[in-house]
Design a protein around this ligand. Structure first.
Ligand code: PEP
Ligand code: MN
Length: 269
């Protein structure tokens, strides 16, 4: 058996369109948890762009804990997401939950495919995503060790898709007072050991909008290469994850508070 080729170059940056993850610039990926209506998405896209976001996020296929919960609009949601984003000249990031939806993702020109926490260890899905050339945002599993997360990334990389961006979103802990425990230590460890850029999602970590700004600031201070933040034009009306969505104004003020931290580290966002 021949030795496996090295997968990871030291500190490799990942190019997605004109953006480079793992460079001086720290992209913001913002938008609602789920795609709901054309108006909601148009307002979200405008607000994301106004706050300086580089990507519009929005889930069309939602992996929900309960089967009776809203499961996402499916392909119709992809249409709404892409239409709203393109009107504001933004690329999109959205979650793929099932390989049978991949053709629709490619047909819609999804710029960055998110693998959610619940699918981090779906190895058949990861193998298939290794065969395409769309970049992958690989979230950390609900309770995955860094070794398990690295293994998941290697499934994609080994297939030949070298554009993998990691996303720390907090892990399940013994503490019920917040949704997940943001592992800021993982940011530096994973950047060092894999060379891949690490984006942080403070929204699914905190689970409450009031906690998101401090977690986002901690993430930037700890070396995050991007932020994935949930924002809804009317958070109290959100169909999914209403408690953790920032308002458009909240996202703008968050960005203003992050810029001096990034600057102090020789970076910008
Ligand atoms: C999401 O980004 O909407 C999501 C479901 O996140 P996670 O996979 O981290 O729970
Ligand atoms: Mn969510």
């Amino acid at each position: 058996m021949t030795a496996a080729p090295p997968l990871l170059a030291p500190l490799s940056a990942v190019q997605v369109g004109p953006l480079t993850f793992g460079s001086r610039h720290i992209p913001l990926l913002a938008g609602p948890c789920s795609v709901e209506t054309p108006t909601q998405m148009a307002l979200a896209a405008k607000a994301a762009r106004a706050a300086g976001a580089a990507f519009l996020r929005g889930g069309a296929f939602k992996p929900r804990t309960r089967p009776e919960a809203f499961q996402g609009l499916g392909v119709e949601g992809l249409d709404l997401l892409v239409t709203a984003a393109r009107a504001e000249h933004l690329p999109v990031v959205t979650e793929l939950t099932d390989i049978r939806h991949l053709d629709a993702f490619l047909a819609h020109g999804v710029d960055l495919i998110q693998v959610g926490s619940r699918n981090m260890a779906n190895y058949d899905l990861l193998k298939e995503l290794g065969r395409i050339d769309t970049p992958i945002l690989l979230k950390r599993g609900l309770a995955a060790t860094l070794q398990e997360w690295t293994g998941a990334a290697e499934y994609v990389l080994r297939g030949g898709n070298t554009r993998v961006i990691l996303c720390e979103r907090g892990v399940r802990s013994f503490e019920p007072a917040y949704r997940n425990m943001l592992d800021v230590t993982a940011i530096g460890v994973m950047k060092e050991s894999t060379g891949l850029p690490v984006v942080v999602d403070p929204s699914h970590a905190g689970g409450r909008a009031a906690l998101v700004p401090a977690l986002a600031r901690a993430a930037i201070a700890a070396g995050a290469d991007g932020l994935l933040v949930e924002m809804h034009p009317f958070p109290e009306q959100a169909w999914c994850d209403a408690d953790q969505a920032l308002t458009p104004a909240g996202l703008e003020s968050l960005m203003a508070s992050l810029r001096p931290i990034a600057r102090a580290l020789g970076r910008d966002l």
